[in-house]
Design a protein around this ligand. Structure first.
Ligand code: ZN
Length: 247
C-alpha cells in the first residue's frame, strides 16, 4: 500500500501546499481521500485513473475540490460516469448548494455519492475501508484502510474525545491531524488534536508509524513534530506534498 501526500495544509492552503488530499494506492486501485482546495490540480497521477473518492467531512478545507472534480469529470467531451464517492451525508448536502438547480442529476451521473458513518465498511477495489465517527464540530469519519496485509488509519479532523481510538488499533501507519501545538490549544474548541495528543494516541493504539498533517501555515511544523515525537517516543514524519510513504 502506498500513501502519496497531495496536500497537507490545515484550514487554508499556502503556495505549494494544498489542503487535505491523500492518494492511497494498492495494486490497481487508486483512491483520493479528502479533496481540499488545490488537491485536484496537484495530483501526481492522471486524475482519470482514480477509482473512487472518500471525503471525511463537510469543512471546505477537506471537500471543496469535490466541485472541481465534478466540473473536470463532467463538462468535457467525454465525461466520466458513476465514480463512487463515500462520506457523511452532510458533505453531499453542502456541496449540492453549489450545484445549479436542474443539474442535480448531472452531478449524480458523474459522482455516485454513498453516505457512510462510523461502523460502515466498504470495498473499493483492493481496499477494505472501515469508517469511524470522529470527535469534531460536524459529522466526520476517520477511515481505516486495509490491503495486502497492511493497514492505514486517517483521522480526518478530530479532537481527543469520542470513542474512535479502537478503529486505529495496531495500524502500520496513522495519518493524524495536528492542528494545535501545546501553547495554542483552544479549550473552547477541543475538536482538533495537538501534535502531542496525536503522539500520545498513536502510542496508545500501538501504531507503528505516525505521520502528522493538517498543520496550519502559521505554525512551525518542526515544533509539532517535536512535540509528537516526545509523546510517541519514536520518530514522527511530516506530511509534505509530493512525498510518498510505503505502508
Ligand atoms: Zn474540520
Amino acid at each position: 500500500m502506498k500513501l502519496h501526500i497531495v496536500g497537507s495544509s490545515g484550514t487554508f492552503p499556502a503556495p505549494g501546499r494544498p489542503c487535505a488530499g491523500y492518494l492511497i494506492e494498492h495494486g490497481n486501485t487508486r483512491v483520493l481521500c479528502d479533496a481540499g482546495p488545490g488537491t485536484f490540480m496537484s495530483l501526481p497521477v492522471d486524475p482519470d485513473s482514480i477509482d473512487a473518492v472518500v471525503i471525511s467531512h463537510q469543512h471546505a478545507d477537506h471537500c471543496s475540490d469535490l466541485l472541481t472534480i465534478f466540473h473536470a469529470w463532467t463538462y468535457r467531451p467525454e465525461p466520466r460516469v458513476d465514480v463512487p464517492v463515500y462520506g457523511p451525508a452532510s458533505v453531499l448536502e453542502r456541496v449540492m448548494a453549489f450545484v445549479d438547480k436542474g443539474q442535480e442529476d448531472v452531478f449524480a451521473g458523474t459522482l455516485r455519492y454513498q453516505a457512510v458513518a462510523g461502523g460502515d465498511e466498504v470495498t473499493i477495489g483492493d481496499f477494505t475501508v472501515r469508517f469511524a465517527d470522529m470527535y469534531h464540530s460536524v459529522p466526520c469519519v476517520g477511515s481505516r484502510w486495509e490491503a495486502g496485509g497492511r493497514s492505514l488509519f486517517y483521522t480526518g479532523d478530530t479532537g481527543p474525545g469520542g470513542d474512535w481510538r479502537e478503529a486505529a488499533r495496531g495500524v502500520d501507519l496513522m495519518l493524524s491531524e495536528a492542528s494545535y501545538q501545546e501553547w495554542n490549544k483552544n479549550p473552547e474548541y477541543p475538536m482538533h488534536l495537538s501534535g502531542a495528543e496525536a503522539g500520545e494516541i498513536a502510542r496508545e493504539v500501538g501504531a507503528r508509524k505516525l505521520v502528522l498533517t493538517h498543520i496550519p501555515p502559521y505554525l512551525d511544523s518542526a515544533l509539532s513534530v517535536h512535540e509528537a515525537e516526545v509523546a510517541f517516543d519514536r520518530p514522527v514524519a511530516l506530511a509534505v506534498p509530493g512525498v510518498g510513504f510505503e505502508v
